[in-house]
Each structure stands twice: as structure tokens, then as C-alpha cells.
Design a protein around this ligand. Structure first.
Ligand code: NCD
Length: 298
């Protein structure tokens, strides 16, 4: 039972995972040993801090062992193919967690692996585990996922976290406004797919207005996915959240971000009660404990 995309999860599956994550949270910091004798291979072909190490921590917190992988120090550097590398780890581990710069990489891995594969981000396409962390964070903060005003701002074209979250929010039918420069709008084909599945469509704007927002979710300009780096720098300069923007916002507005954040949120926002992104990052451990347990069928 692989988790390759948010499309693999029904609303019921998502709800079950959020409840399970809450149970897991209650077991921390000690954790549990339900996955004793299991081995998770963490295969990160692209840089990562949170997704890599919180998957490792989650595996350890449910009693599993982890094989951490460094492509530069492996036979990938001798030119071994992706598929052959996956076949090897499929021999050594019971579950493969994969991050890769190419879209569809997790699905390619699942096509050759006997064990379940978790997509920890494939190019600009999909980041289903981050979607679950985001939904869990919103649910914990607001005690619901429907009937909220949610603004997503940033590089909506290249950010896989935003694409997956858009899917998840559509599933629960909140009001969503997408704010980005014209050139970084969410891909129309993705919005169309979401509309055909859920009958859901967001408003789009180039101007940030958070007067009625319950959640403001900001993401980084994904410079590494731009063909022209200069364009990325220009966009980054234009889309930056400062304290000025927060004047007149709701008292309980929550600001989220998948992290890493660079300069798109002014640093003096970090100490404000609105800033919930570090709490969001901490939620990665119980949510991924729930995901790994599900993948093991425990
Ligand atoms: C995101 C990613 O890698 O897609 N980070 C994460 O997984 N928490 C967001 C990003 O890199 O901007």
C-alpha cells in the first residue's frame, strides 16, 4: 500500500490518519515499539532537513530501524540507475521513503519495488506527507477543516507542497484564495483536475488581503525549479510578508509555511503568536509515525 500522491487517499483515509497522528502524539516523547524489527530506507536524492530527519525520527519513535542514504556516497555516483538503486534497497528494507527532483520518481520506484513506497516529494508534482502535516496542523489549531478562509501565497507553480495542499483543502471544502505573481500561478491543469474531482475552485489574486483569513500559508520561491534564476529573484523580492501586512488581520490568524523559509517572511514575524510554522514542523513526527504505521499495515 504505497503513498505516491494525495490522490491515493480518500477523505476517510485522511481523517483516519489525522486521528492516528493525534494518538501518536500522545505517545511522545517515548514513542512505541509497534514497528519493532522493521527497517525503513530513507532515500533522499534531493536536499532535505525536515522531511528526511522527521521521517527518520518517526521511524525510530515507532520502534523501526532506519537506513539513511547519501547518493553522493553510493553507487549512484558511479552511474547506477535509479531503478537498480531502488531494487537494492527493496532487498534491505521493508519500506522505502523517496525524495527525488524528478516528477513521477516515487511511482517509478513503486513499479520495481515489492515493498511500499512513500513519496517524500517528487519534483514539482506532489508532496502527500506534507499535505497531511498541513491538514493536521490546521485541524489542531482550528478544530475543523471546513468553513475556513485560507490564503495560499508564493510560488504556486513550482511548489509541490502547495499543489498537494490545494487538493487536501478541496477535499474538506474551505474557502481558498491563491495569491501569486501571474507567472507563478498554480497550474491550470491541476486546478481543473481538482475541480472535476471535488467541484472546488479557489479565487486567484495578485494582491494579498488577509482581513478575513484564518490561515495564511506562505511558501518559498522554488528557485531550483526555475529555468531563469533572475526571474526567481525578482519574484522573491515582490512576495514578502512583513508586519505591515498583518495590520487588521484576525487575532487568531495562523501563519504556516512548509519550511525552509528564506526571506519571504520577515524575521520579526517569528516571535508573533500568529507564527505557527515551527509548531507545524514539529507535527511532522507524529503525522509521519501514523503514515509509516499505516504503510506497515500496523
Ligand atoms: C518543502 C519541499 O521540499 O517541497 N519542504 C518540505 O518538505 N518541508 C518546501 C520547499 O522546499 O520550499
Amino acid at each position: 500500500m504505497s503513498l505516491l500522491s494525495e490522490r491515493d487517499l480518500s477523505r476517510r483515509d485522511v481523517e483516519a490518519l489525522l486521528y492516528r497522528a493525534d494518538e501518536m502524539r500522545g505517545l511522545l516523547p517515548r514513542g512505541t515499539d509497534i514497528a519493532k524489527h522493521k527497517i525503513v530506507a530513507n532515500l533522499f536524492f534531493e536536499p532535505s532537513t525536515r522531511t528526511n530527519y522527521s521521517h527518520q525520527a518517526a521511524a525510530l519513535r515507532i520502534g523501526a530501524q532506519v537506513l539513511a542514504f547519501n547518493p553522493a556516497a553510493s553507487s549512484v555516483s558511479k552511474g547506477e540507475s535509479f531503478e537498480d538503486t531502488i531494487r537494492m534497497f527493496d532487498n534491505y528494507a521493508d519500506l522505502l521513503v523517496i525524495r527525488h527532483p524528478q516528477e513521477g520518481a516515487a511511482a517509478r520506484a513503486a513499479a520495481v519495488a515489492k515493498h511500499p513506497v512513500v513519496n517524500a516529494g517528487d519534483g514539482g508534482a506532489s508532496h502527500p506527507t506534507q499535505m497531511l502535516i498541513d491538514l493536521y496542523t490546521i485541524w489542531r489549531l482550528k478544530h475543523k477543516l471546513s468553513g475556513l478562509n485560507i490564503v495560499l501565497m508564493g510560488d504556486l507553480l513550482h511548489a509541490r507542497a502547495m499543489r498537494s495542499l490545494y487538493w487536501g483543502l478541496a477535499m474538506f471544502n474551505s474557502t481558498v484564495t491563491l495569491v501569486s505573481p501571474k507567472s507563478l500561478r498554480m497550474e491550470p491543469a491541476h486546478m481543473k483536475e481538482v475541480e472535476s474531482v471535488f467541484g472546488f475552485r479557489a479565487k486567484e489574486s495578485e494582491r494579498l488581503d488577509i482581513t478575513d483569513a484564518d490561515i495564511l500559508y506562505v511558501c518559498r520561491i522554488q528557485k531550483e525549479r526555475f529555468k531563469k534564476k533572475k526571474e526567481a529573484e525578482l519574484a522573491a523580492r515582490k512576495f514578502r510578508l512583513t508586519r505591515e501586512h498583518l495590520k487588521g488581520c484576525k487575532d487568531d490568524l495562523a501563519i504556516l509555511h512548509p519550511l525552509p523559509k528564506l526571506d519571504e517572511i520577515a524575521q520579526d514575524i517569528d516571535p508573533l503568536p500568529h507564527a505557527k510554522y515551527f509548531e507545524q514542523a514539529a507535527n511532522a513526527v507524529p503525522v509521519r509515525m501514523a503514515i509509516l504505521a499505516r504503510e506497515f499495515g500496523i
